[in-house]
Each structure stands twice: as C-alpha cells, then as structure tokens.
Ligand binder design. Structure first.
Ligand SMILES: *Cc1c(COP(=O)(O)O)cnc(C)c1O
Length: 396
C-alpha cells in the first residue's frame, strides 16, 4: 500500500498513517492514555507508558522519518527540546563546531548551558570550509549546521561538512527548519541527525509548538530514543496531531510561499530603500549554485537590510499585511526583527560581528496574494521616503 517511489507530495498523504488499522479512520486517532494495561507480569506490550511511546506521537515520528529518509523519528515538545536532547548525545570534554549565525535559542543553549557541562564550542562561518577545518580540535565530536542560516541565509555544503565529520568520527547535526524535507534532505547528503522546529513550516499555521529529530543509523537511533525517554521533553498528543494535520498540506503551502518569496526578493532587490537582500534564490547570492545543487528550492524566508534603522522602523509601523512577530513558516506572512527577536539572546557585539544589523528585517512569506504584499510594501516604502524627505528638509 505504501509506495516507496511515490513523489514527496503523495507521500505526505499516502504514508503508513493513511488509515487507522483498527477503525479504518482516515485521520490518526488521538490517544490520550498515559498508561497501558499489561496482561503479563513479566512481558509488557508494545506500549507501556506514554513518555516512552504513545501511538499518536509514534504516528508523527514514523511520518517524519519516512519523509526525511531516516529510520527513526522523534517528536519533542519544541524545536529547542529536540535540539537540546540531540546535544545530550555529547559528553563532558567534547567540542562542537557550530555555524556562527545559528538560531538564537541554540546559541543560548550552547553558550550558557552546554558550557556549564564542560562541552566546548567554536562558532565559525560554515560556508568557509578552510575555517571549518581550522576549527577542528582533538575532541571535536559534532558539527552543527543550519542551512540556509538564520537570518542571513548563508548556505552550508552539507555533504562536504558530513565528509569532514566522518573523517574524524564526529556527528553532523543539521537544523532543517527553513527548508523541510520537501526541499532538502540532509540524511541523503550524509548528515547524522536532522532537527526541526515543527512549529514552523511543518505544521504551518502558527498554532502549535513542536520539535522533531530524525536519524538514519540504527545505533544512533537507539541512543537518541534513550535520551528522549530519559530527558522526557516529549510532544503531547494533541500537538502531535496538529503537526500531522499540517504536514498534509506542506507541499502546496511551501511551493506557493516559495514562488511568492522569489517574486518579493526580486522586487526588494532593486528597491532604492533596500541596501541588500539575502535570499539563496537570487543569482547574486554567494552560494546560489550550491543551494541549487543540494536543495530543491530556496524556501520562503528572506531577509533584507534597510538603508538605516529609521527606515526599518517607519516601514514596520506602516506595513499592513504581515504580522510583526517572532516565528516563521506560517500561512500568514511574518515580519521579524532578528536583533530584538530570534537573536535577542546574542549580545549586540556578537550580532554585529555576524552582520545581523539593527537595520535587518526577516520576512517569512505566507499564502497571501503576492501582488497584495508588493502593493502593501510599496505604500510602506512611500511612507519611509516621505519621512526621509521631511528629515532632509529639516537639515538643509
Ligand atoms: C524556531 C526555530 C528553532 C526553535 O524551535 P522552537 O519550536 O521555537 O523551540 C530552532 N531552529 C530554527 C531555525 C528555528 O527557526
């Protein structure tokens, strides 16, 4: 019944969870039970306690494993719970090489929590393989990749990093939140652990916080399963169901948003009030070709620098369609301010070193009509220009 060679969008619907084997239901049943009756004193059934395994969470774990091309998936209470649990694969005395413009929460985990447990780190521009090699130490046990990175959309060569990692028997972790398995499958490129904030594109409707991890290697899978159960930051069943529901429309949502993102990137790229657009789909993006080689698209998130912070402030105050909020990957377009949101956990000097300026804004493109978005942006830019003229007149 399950076709190995189905296209991705078909697999989103026709996977192992298509029909409930007990009732024939076409939607996965939500199993609230925390514990399961055992008929034998010595041998327990497949399910015994829901932290260890729950049928609804298991359904989501099987689906994401299938979509990422892994052997096992794990669902967590948030993306950070997935990432933090994966870091528990490391031990005191280990060293991790990590992408420098990593998600702010991951930055916080690495610098303020792992450091207390004797796990060292080196932040590095992962697009530069020489620098990556240079950062390797005797105790390097993991490479942590986010590609495209947040918010500057730098693209890391997953295959090259994975090969480097294998040479020194280190693990490669890839945060695949921005592209999802629809556009990028890191395990197929040699990565060991794929991580997701399922809060974003996978669920897609700004109505659930969830995290996922997928691995291919069986031994690594049992180690991560052990950690999931030990640490216990598992995803609740209602939330697991919401992610399963969201996944069914991942293809149509992401395809549509990506198309609009490309159009918006082109519009912004030539705008006089925009200093720079960061989007791998643009030909001038430094890793445009790498992105084309390792992924099936550039996704629906882009960032852009205004000419100055004042322009950004006026723009945000006047733009009407996007919500101004933390998060991304939703049906509605979301504008975020990295300096005060996703990267607030990073000190300003560290932020600026990484090029995350106070004039930078991130846009996650939703499902609105793209011409409505462009029209809205244009009127907000007009307000910026009007304000600039007033200021200029005041000066002269
Ligand atoms: C949001 C996000 C996370 C954290 O996920 P939560 O679900 O908010 O805990 C991690 N990585 C990236 C790239 C994200 O965008």
């Amino acid at each position: 019944m399950v076709g190995e060679d189905f296209c991705f969008e078909t697999k989103l619907l026709h996977n192992r969870q298509k029909i409930d084997p007990v009732t024939g239901a076409v939607s996965v049943p939500i199993q609230h039970a925390s514990t399961f009756h055992q008929t034998n004193l010595d041998q327990f059934g497949k399910y015994d306690y829901s932290r260890s395994l729950n049928p609804t969470r298991e359904a989501l774990e099987e689906v994401i494993a299938e979509l990422e091309g892994g052997t096992r998936g794990f669902a967590f209470s948030s993306g950070m719970a997935a990432i933090s649990t994966a870091f528990l694969l490391l031990s005191s005395g280990d060293h991790v090489v990590i992408t420098e413009d990593v998600y702010g929460g991951t930055y916080r985990m690495v610098t303020q929590v792992l450091s207390r447990f004797g796990i060292e780190h080196t932040f590095i521009d992962m697009t530069n393989l020489h620098e990556v090699k240079h950062a390797i130490k005797k105790n390097t046990k993991a490479f942590y990749v986010e590609t495209p990175s947040n918010p500057l959309m730098k693209v890391t060569d997953i295959k090259a990093i994975s090969e480097l990692a294998k040479e020194i028997q280190a693990l490669t972790f890839v945060d695949n939140t921005f592209l999802t398995p629809e556009l990028q499958r890191p395990l197929e490129l040699g990565a060991d652990v794929v991580l997701h904030s399922a809060t974003k594109f996978l669920s897609g409707h700004s109505d659930v916080v969830a995290g996922l991890a997928v691995v291919k290697d069986e031994i690594l899978a049992s180690r991560l399963g052990f950690l999931q159960n030990s640490f216990g930051a598992v995803l609740g069943v209602q939330d697991a169901w919401l992610v399963l529901r969201g996944l069914k429309t991942l293809h149509v949502r992401l395809e549509q948003s990506q198309k609009s993102a490309m159009k918006l990137a082109n519009y912004l790229d030539v705008h006089q009030l925009v200093e720079k657009v960061y989007y791998p789909g643009l030909k001038h993006h430094p890793q445009h070709h790498l992105q084309k080689n390792q992924a099936a698209g550039s996704g629906a998130v882009l960032s852009f620098d205004f000419v100055n912070e004042e322009a950004l402030r006026t723009f945000v105050a006047n733009v009407k369609i996007p919500v101004f909020a933390v998060s991304l990957g939703a049906v509605e377009s979301i504008l975020s301010y990295p300096a005060k949101m996703s990267h607030a956990a990073m000190p300003q000097t560290e932020r600026e070193k990484r090029g995350i300026k106070n004039s930078l804004i991130r846009l996650s493109v939703g499902l609105e009509n793209v011409d409505d978005l462009i029209h809205d942006f244009s009127q907000a830019f007009e307000k910026v220009r009007a304000k600039q003229l007033v200021l200029q007149r005041g000066e002269s």
